[in-house]
Design a protein around this ligand. Structure first.
Ligand code: 5AD
Ligand code: SF4
Length: 433
């Protein structure tokens, strides 16, 4: 989501006549895109600003902050830091150029925490995408779930779905521009619920999101991934849509957060372990093997050792392809902040490491199952480790490296897997597609 926002900000500034620089030493304006899901986000922004100022060679660039920290703490940022000239909230990306202009014209510090205005054009130019082959397409912004620990509903506002016709048009355009893979993105993509049905009326499907998947698949773009899915809204028809369409990729990210019903209730996640398992069983019964990944929070206030063990057991049951583990960190202003954060940092770390060890074991056996088999890989560029290897992602969203040359970049190829690494697969090129 943050990468997608940076791409949008760069596009808006470019369209307004600004040149985008990749050097903080020569830029006249430096904008920090920020995330507040983790602790001490504002402090990290201040530290980064100090770094930039240290290398400014006597110049004084204009400094701005965008993203969640700007949305939540914009006014304080401007008051507390003489270095920050402007702050722009998550709904104001389309107005970045006019804010920058105000500041450049010497009108003093500027702040825009307003909401997005529907009529403001939104889009990303191909040249500002993070990859020439893979593009992010936001389909829903914000979140209405209000999990008790989470800041997102406050920093990104309520759920707002884009109309389907606009999404389909964007995907078709990306396909025409040579993109091979798109990621439909949002805090909870499967809660997709546009106010008007435009573009989905004649499409089959049990939910608006499974209809959207089918209509996006019909554009013919080679690979479609989507993230993040909310467990309660993971209707089995989503799995049916994947079964029916080869270009809907075999990967679902389904954050479980905890394996204890008491903790899930305290988190206000809106589902029980039994419901979560039903969703996982639907995913595991798909025609193609669907890779499953998840997020877990350890050390939520009051989490007992027994409850943590329930999480370990559920992780073992789910056999995730990969897992993001977070230590609970109190977010001021969220309902959970009124609970005593009574699990010590030491205990949170111990639980983190224990779960990580369990997951490493699972991951090794999941990845080893790929050895000897073939996967479809979109080649994205050279491997980070050696120029002799190319790197890409499989349809099941694994990083795959194999010997090859740069002429393969942007192509979809078949790779036979010869080795499972800790977090990736290694193999040899079989053929292009
Ligand atoms: N503390 C720890 N982890 C959190 N996440 C969200 N809020 C918090 C918090 N306060 C994690 C959740 C979510 C992921 C993006 O970040 O697991 O799924
Ligand atoms: Fe945060 Fe919960 Fe919304 Fe995810 S679903 S963004 S964890 S409030």
């Amino acid at each position: 989501m943050n990468v997608a926002d940076s791409e949008r900000a760069a596009t808006n500034l470019h369209n307004a006549g600004y040149a985008i620089s990749d050097s903080t030493q020569s830029a006249d304006v430096i904008i920090f895109n920020t995330c507040s899901v983790r602790a001490r986000a504002a402090e990290k922004v201040f530290a980064r600003i100090r770094d930039v100022r240290r290398f400014r060679n006597g110049r004084k660039p204009i400094i701005g902050v965008m993203g969640c920290v700007a949305q939540l703490e914009g006014e304080n940022l401007l008051e507390d830091s003489t270095s920050i000239d402007f702050a722009i909230g998550t709904g104001a990306l389309e107005r970045i150029p006019s804010i920058v202009k105000e500041v450049l014209e010497g009108q003093g510090k500027a702040l825009d925490l307003g909401e997005r205005v529907e009529s403001e054009a939104s889009g990303v130019s191909a040249s500002f995408r993070h990859s020439p082959y893979v593009a992010f397409v936001p389909i829903i912004e914000g979140c209405n779930k209000f999990c008790t620990y989470c800041i997102v509903p406050y920093s990104r506002g309520r759920e707002k779905s884009r109309v389907a016709a606009e999404i389909v048009e964007e995907v078709s355009r990306l396909r025409g521009e040579g993109f091979r893979e798109i990621h439909l993105i949002g805090q909870n993509v499967n809660s997709y619920r546009p106010r008007t049905d435009s573009g989905l009326e004649s499409i089959e499907g049990a939910t608006q999101f499974s209809k959207l998947l089918r209509v996006v698949a019909a554009t013919g773009i080679e690979r479609i991934k989507f993230t993040t899915s909310f467990p309660r809204d993971l209707h089995p028809d989503i799995v049916s849509a994947i079964d029916e369409n080869e270009n809907l990729c075999n990967w679902v990210h389904l954050p479980m957060q905890s394996g204890s019903n008491r903790v899930l209730r305290a988190m206000r996640r809106g589902y029980k372990v039994e419901d979560y398992i039903k969703r996982v069983e639907a995913i595991k019964s798909a025609k193609r093997r669907i890779a499953l990944t998840s997020d877990i929070i350890v050390g939520f206030p009051g989490e007992t050792v027994k409850e943590f063990d329930e999480t370990i057991n559920l992780v073992k049951y789910c056999r995730y392809d990969s897992l993001y583990i977070f230590k609970y960190s109190e977010r001021p202003g969220t309902p959970a902040a009124s609970l005593e954060d009574n699990i010590s940092e030491q205990e949170k770390t111990a639980r983190f490491l224990e779960l990580e060890k369990v997951q490493k074991g699972i991951q090794r056996s999941v990845l080893e199952e790929y050895v000897g088999g073939e996967v479809r890989v979109l080649v994205e560029g050279k491997s980070a480790k050696t120029p002799l290897d190319m790197r890409g992602h499989s349809t099941c969203h694994k990083v795959v490296n194999f010997p090859g040359d740069i002429s393969l970049a942007g192509q979809e190829v078949i790779v036979r897997i010869t080795e499972a690494k800790v977090n990736s697969l290694y193999g040899g090129l079989v053929k292009g597609l």
